[in-house]
Design a protein around this ligand. Structure first.
Ligand SMILES: Cc1cc2nc3c(=O)[nH]c(=O)nc-3n(C[C@H](O)[C@H](O)[C@H](O)COP(=O)(O)OP(=O)(O)OC[C@H]3O[C@@H](n4cnc5c(N)ncnc54)[C@H](O)[C@@H]3O)c2cc1C
Length: 439
């Protein structure tokens, strides 16, 4: 039976000290060999080291699953924040239906599992030397590295939408203070005000997220400020669960949501934060409350580590999640282009399971096996009205591709009892995933 081992206080440090460790190990092995106990050498071999960058759904899951799979591997998790604030269901916080405190999670249970959690940011990666540099200057060595840093918002993509603009025009696409800011701005808006949102082109974090947000803001307006309206400017002509969302908008919020697709002039070409104005190819929209969801890319450390390509995203082997650009480095979660798989917390957790087993197999000289991965995304259209999309994916031609005939979306003509059930499933899913990752 595997025995629980408490975490080591530090990582193997490169250079002198690792050589010393190795020499110490060889010397010790010599003594035991002389005593005729060669098996002890295996026990004295330094433990393999895995460093995981990013303590979100992808990274925290992966760290945990590697430790579950093999307690003989030292795992260090790097995450600058002591509290993780989950995005799923954060649109309900914006609409005043949920408290931000229920979105917050700590890392105590990961530590209890023997994972060395360091609240530090990774600032550099040297893949040839296999080291990661932290923001306090320390350098840690790894045998395998997992990079799971999520996304960065691109402040170079929409002219006028700079980092300073997020106060007047919040994105709320990373949950936390921005989520509360958007909520406060909605609360402060007069009845009869206009909310304008913009959604980016694919790919981006949580494809159904902007439409769930538009729905829940519409619910807030309908119940609290019924003379108001919402305009959603979109940089694309199609979106996730589109028929289900649009049917629900007609049923629940007739005339309240105006969706402007790309072909109708939905692409935002400039914003003016001082007046909360969106400029599109054909029109100008002045908002009382403005929400810009800007284009995104893999978070900065991915490019620093050399695993992001010119698209800003990372390509990986679909069996092991090892980078196609840097051997020994695995990438997962929102930072990757996962073929047909969307950027979701559910997907990040599925990928983490596959990646964790592959990392352990590779460290133990076993050949990783081809996986099947699942994703399900629930969206709330109203507090008691949920819809979902599910998919199954498998490696094919170097990508993760849809398994034809598996998955699907909620039926278009389902009765309200099914919508209520799916809203309850959304909450149950959130509780299950957050307790399996952080609980
Ligand atoms: C409004 C909204 C609603 C959503 N709803 C759903 C939903 O209903 N269902 C669903 O499945 N998904 C949903 N998502 C998507 C989901 O939140 C993301 O897909 C998920 O968080 C991705 O996980 P991740 O671990 O890749 O990235 P993240 O959760 O962003 O975690 C990345 C972590 O890496 C850390 N990090 C970054 N750089 C460094 C560094 N240099 N060193 C150390 N650490 C670093 C960050 O601090 C962060 O904690 C939603 C997203 C949004 C915005």
């Amino acid at each position: 039976m595997k025995k629980f081992e408490p975490s080591r206080s530090g990582m193997r440090v490169t250079g002198q000290s690792s050589r010393r460790q190795l020499l110490g190990g060889i010397a010790a092995a010599g003594v035991y060999a002389a005593l005729g106990a060669p098996a002890v050498w295996a026990a004295r071999k330094p433990k393999p080291k895995v460093i995981v960058i990013g303590g979100g759904f992808a990274g925290a899951s992966c760290a945990r699953l590697i430790r579950n799979e093999d307690r003989g591997i030292d795992v260090t998790l790097l995450e600058p924040n002591a509290t993780y604030i989950a995005c799923p269901l954060s649109n309900a916080v914006i609409a005043g239906l949920r408290d931000l405190s229920v979105q917050q999670f700590g890392y105590r249970s990961l530590r209890a599992q023997g994972i060395d959690v360091l609240h530090r940011r990774a600032t550099a990666v040297e893949t040839e030397k296999r080291t990661v540099t932290l923001d306090d200057g320390r350098q840690l060595a790894y045998d395998r590295l997992v990079v799971a840093p999520g996304v960065d918002l691109r402040f170079d993509a929409i002219p006028g939408y700079t980092e300073a603009a997020v106060e007047a025009m919040p994105h709320a696409w990373k949950a936390g203070e921005q989520t509360l800011l958007l909520r406060r701005q909605l609360e402060a808006m007069n009845d009869g005000g206009v909310v304008v949102m913009s959604a980016p082109a694919n790919p981006f974090r949580c494809p159904p997220g902007p439409y769930e947000r538009a729905s829940l803001i519409a619910h807030y307006l309908k119940t609290r400020k019924p003379r108001s309206k919402l305009i959603l400017l979109d940089a694309k002509d199609q979106f996730s669960k589109q028929k289900l969302f649009q049917a629900a908008w007609q049923e629940l919020y007739p005339g309240l949501i105006e969706w402007v697709p790309l072909s109708g002039g939905g692409q935002v070409v400039r914003v003016e934060p001082a007046t909360r104005t969106f400029v599109t190819e054909f029109d100008t929209h002045k908002a009382d409350v403005a929400n810009v969801i800007p284009p995104q890319r893999a978070s900065a450390i991915a490019a620093i580590a050399g695993v992001a390509d010119q698209t800003g995203w990372c390509s990986v082997d679909p069996v092991t999640f090892e980078s196609k650009l840097r051997p020994g480095v695995h990438v997962l979660g929102d930072a990757i282009i996962a073929g047909g798989m969307p950027k979701s917390a559910f997907a990040a957790n599925s990928q983490a399971r596959v990646c964790a087993i592959a990392v352990v197999d590779l460290l133990r000289d076993r050949a990783p096996t081809s996986p099947k991965l699942i994703n399900t995304c629930y969206s709330l259209v109203a507090p008691d009205y949920g819809i979902s999309i599910a998919g199954v994916y498998q490696p094919a031609n170097g990508l993760l591709t849809d398994v034809q005939g598996a998955g699907g979306v909620s039926p278009l003509d389902a009765p309200r009892s099914v919508r209520q059930q799916e809203a309850a499933f959304a909450e149950a899913w959130f509780k299950t995933i957050t307790s399996s990752v952080f609980g």
